[in-house]
Design a protein around this ligand. Structure first.
Ligand SMILES: [Zn+2]
Length: 158
């Protein structure tokens, strides 16, 4: 299984982050998008990605967090991380308040998170922490965090 490209359709969100695409082209791609503002229509890019069979991962609504996830995703894709979608779903779930197991720190004054360990190891541990979402098909995350597929809150661990 090949790792697809990471696609960030939102204009400007991923500015300056190398290795990201802006349009989904096929089922191996992973589309990263922030949730729609309340009351506004969801961006068309999500529907386009799903129609192509690409995975769609909901980024944090917070722009700083969203940029950080996109940057991590670019590194993971470039290094052939297996099951990129699930690792990313766990990562955004941890940022939303889910159980992070101290994998993520927030040392920067602007709130930019930082991985507490090297990114390849972070990929493996986030993948291991992943649980399927009880609310949607294909989504998932970590206990108490938002699902990376549908955005609803995952249950606490039993
Ligand atoms: Zn879900």
């Amino acid at each position: 299984m090949t790792t697809g490209r990471v696609v960030v359709p939102e204009p400007g969100l991923a500015a300056g982050i190398p290795g990201l695409a802006t349009e989904a082209e096929g089922p191996e791609d992973v589309v990263l998008m922030r949730p729609a503002e309340p009351g506004s229509r969801p961006p068309a890019a999500g529907a386009v990605g799903r129609a192509l069979g690409a995975a769609v991962v909901l980024l944090p609504a917070d722009r700083v967090h969203a940029r950080w996830v996109a940057a991590v995703a670019a590194v993971w894709a470039a290094t052939g991380t297996p099951d990129l979608t699930r690792s990313l779903q766990s990562l955004v779930s941890m940022l939303s308040g889910g159980d992070s197991g101290a994998l993520i720190r927030r040392p920067e004054p602007d709130g930019t998170p930082a991985a507490a360990l090297p990114l390849p190891l972070l990929a493996r541990l986030t993948l291991r922490a992943w649980l399927p979402c009880p609310h949607c098909s294909g989504g998932g995350g970590v206990p108490r965090g938002a699902c990376g597929g549908c955005g609803r809150t995952m249950e606490a661990a039993a």
